[in-house]
Ligand binder design. Structure first.
Ligand SMILES: [Zn+2]
Length: 348
């Protein structure tokens, strides 16, 4: 019987060294420690032995069983650890890797200027409208005192889509639309701002582009005077540049206003001493304005005897170039992120 147990131990050792995974280990466990294991057969046969032999063999069986159990448990622990290690390696999180970048956008400098100017005029009770960039010759020119053959049309070299359709040369086209509406509705007061892209064929150098943005505004009502115009434009310049800014008005010419002026501000870089920015003049041209021409009222069906109005036009690029110190107008249109990212923290 001892020799049988010795052979079992020998077999067990031979089997256990070949085990490579948990499934094989289970087979070994069932063979040597399961219900039908040979060791159980030995226990059954012990009945025929005397007390001394029973004790000896019993002890031997117990020792064999714990030896096998120990060995099997040892391997089971090893396999479990290996499985856990593999899982940990698979699910490893490397906290030293750089995080995912979620870039956030910024307002375009031209939109920053439009928003700022819109906010100022909103506070003064103006409506904000955005108009069509494709318009008729009628609204872009004729209703604004620019009849066919008018020399001032030469100043705005135009993209014609067909004989009567143009890419608007100024956002003043919306003034014509709104004044016509006002006349149709029989109204006698309107204050509005329009903004958007305008197109001209000729202007192409570092400070001009064939496409640029304008803001156009007007107030129409009873007793609108030049004093109102001066106050509004001075207030606008103070809000846009500096509360102490000096504003001057020079006579100028625009077909849709009479009298017409250009508004300059004292150069904020040299304070009037003369520098490169103000071309040594001490003044910087900011916008054009005037009192709405009688011809414009008439062309839009309004009576110039009962109504008066002021109007002004602002070049958005020009204001943005002045405010942000930009020297090339093309910077606005090239979608260069290095340029655009500089405005990330402005105005938010
Ligand atoms: Zn200057």
């Amino acid at each position: 019987m001892e020799s049988k147990i010795e052979r079992l131990i020998k077999d067990f050792h031979q089997a256990i060294v070949k085990v490579e995974n948990s499934a094989q280990l289970d087979e070994v466990r069932i063979t040597y420690l399961g219900k039908n294991a040979e060791l159980n057969q030995v226990v059954k046969e012990m009945r025929n032995l005397d007390e001394n032999q029973k004790r000896t063999i019993g002890q031997l069986v117990n020792e064999t069983r714990s030896l096998m159990t120990e060995k099997i448990n040892e391997l089971a622990t090893k396999f479990n650890q290996e499985k856990l290690n593999a899982q940990l390696a698979r699910e490893k999180l490397n906290v030293t890797l750089p995080g995912k970048n979620h870039p956030f956008g910024s307002w375009h400098p031209l939109n920053l200027v439009i928003n700022e100017i819109a906010t100022i005029f909103e506070g003064l009770g103006f409506q904000m409208v955005n108009g069509s960039e494709v318009d008729t010759d009628l609204f872009n020119f004729q209703k604004l005192n620019l009849p066919e053959g008018h020399p001032a049309r030469e100043m705005q070299d135009t993209f014609y889509l067909d004989e009567q359709t143009v890419l608007r040369t100024h956002s003043t086209n919306m003034t014509a639309h709104l004044l016509t509406q006002l006349s149709e509705q029989g109204g006698d007061y309107l204050a509005a701002i329009s903004y958007g892209n305008v197109y001209r064929r000729d202007d192409d150098d570092a400070t001009h582009s064939h496409q640029f943005m304008q803001i156009d505004g007007f107030v129409v009502g009873k007793d609108i005077s030049f004093a109102n115009l001066k106050w509004i434009l001075t207030y606008l310049c103070q809000r846009l540049f500096n509360v102490d800014v000096k504003v001057r008005f020079r006579p100028s010419y625009f077909p849709f206003t009479q009298p017409s002026v250009e508004a300059d501000i004292a150069c904020f870089k040299c304070h009037g001493q003369g520098c490169e920015l103000c071309k040594q003049s001490g003044w910087i041209e900011v916008l054009g304005a005037g009192l709405i021409h009688d011809e414009v009222f008439q062309a839009n069906g309004l009576d110039p005897q009962g109504l008066s109005g002021l109007a002004f036009g602002i070049g958005v690029e020009r204001i943005a170039m002045l405010k942000f110190g930009i020297t090339n107008i093309r910077d606005f249109y090239e979608n260069n992120l290095q340029f655009l990212n500089q405005f990330k923290f402005y105005g938010n």
